[in-house]
Design a protein around this ligand. Structure first.
Ligand SMILES: [Zn+2]
Length: 279
């Protein structure tokens, strides 16, 4: 029996584009210049603005996008041009949300970013119009529809018996190790990406790929597809410009790894649970 439970998918959320006319309960995810308005509750956990808070922000230029309904809360992604309250980068929410709230924030920021990046047609440069029913921007001149784009990526935990291969990206904080990840390139299958990325980043071969689950990762618009893969040969050779270090770690002596907000951790915990190890 597995000791680790992969985070449940968000079945409560009903996506939408057009808001209902009468709204008596709402959450507003508010962004300004790429950062999120940071409201914390008594437990230092992130809270979106509510219907009651909204008057505080009135009078500022803003664009509001309806996202849908979560339980009885109608949810909006809002971009303000200026804001007096404290804002923070999205990474400032790590440890300050549960997985459901983090996925709502990720959804909101991607809608706001997509809208800001598609005010003009990428093909002919004419101003775009907002579609009245779909999440799309339309060029009246050449007819192109611009939908929010996702970047599929693989993320993989490589294992051999009671060891896992973890790497330290050059961008990571000192001492932090994680699973390997990389973007799917045009023309590739996800499996081809995985084998290529592992080989490029740490020089080893893998096999027996086993899909585990996925996570939307809004840095900026990735869809992380998570795998376990079995070591199949080769010595570790780190890719100079990306990987500072990579090594095999015993399951009992893992280094500093990401928190439970990230799929990299779910992949590690999932493997540990198959071996009866809990951390
Ligand atoms: Zn156009």
């Amino acid at each position: 029996m597995s000791l680790f439970v992969w985070p449940e998918s968000n079945r409560e959320f009903v996506a939408g584009v057009v808001p209902p006319e009468d709204i008596d309960s709402a959450w507003y995810f508010v962004f300004c210049r790429g950062e999120i308005l940071l409201r914390l509750d008594a437990d230092e956990q992130f809270m979106p603005l509510t219907h009651q808070d909204w008057p505080l922000l009135e009078g500022h230029d803003h664009v509001s996008h309806y996202m849908g309904r979560l339980g009885d809360k109608h949810c909006f992604a809002v971009e303000m041009s200026t804001i007096e309250e404290e804002t923070a980068p999205l990474s400032g929410l790590f440890g300050r949300t549960d997985n459901l709230m983090f996925s709502m924030v990720g959804r909101a920021v991607q809608i706001v970013d997509w809208y800001r990046a598609h005010k003009y047609c990428g093909r002919c440069g004419a101003p775009n119009l907002t579609h009245d029913r779909d999440r799309a921007m339309i060029c009246e001149r050449c007819g192109i529809h611009a939908y929010p784009r996702l970047s599929p990526s693989i993320i993989v935990l490589i294992h051999r018996d009671d060891q896992v291969l973890l790497a330290r990206n050059r961008r990571f904080p000192e001492g932090r190790y994680s699973t390997l990840a990389g973007f799917v390139e045009p023309g590739e299958s996800v499996e081809e990406t995985l084998i290529r990325e592992v080989n490029e980043e740490v020089g080893v071969d893998v096999g027996h790929l086993a899909y585990q689950g996925s996570q939307s990762w809004p840095f900026p618009n990735s869809l992380m597809l998570g795998f376990h893969a079995e070591y199949a040969g080769g010595d570790i050779v780190c890719q100079d410009d990306e990987i500072a270090d990579a090594a095999w770690f015993s399951l009992e002596e893992l280094p500093n790894i990401p928190g439970r907000y990230a799929i990299s951790r779910w992949l590690i915990d999932g493997y540990l649970s198959t071996k009866g190890v809990v951390i």
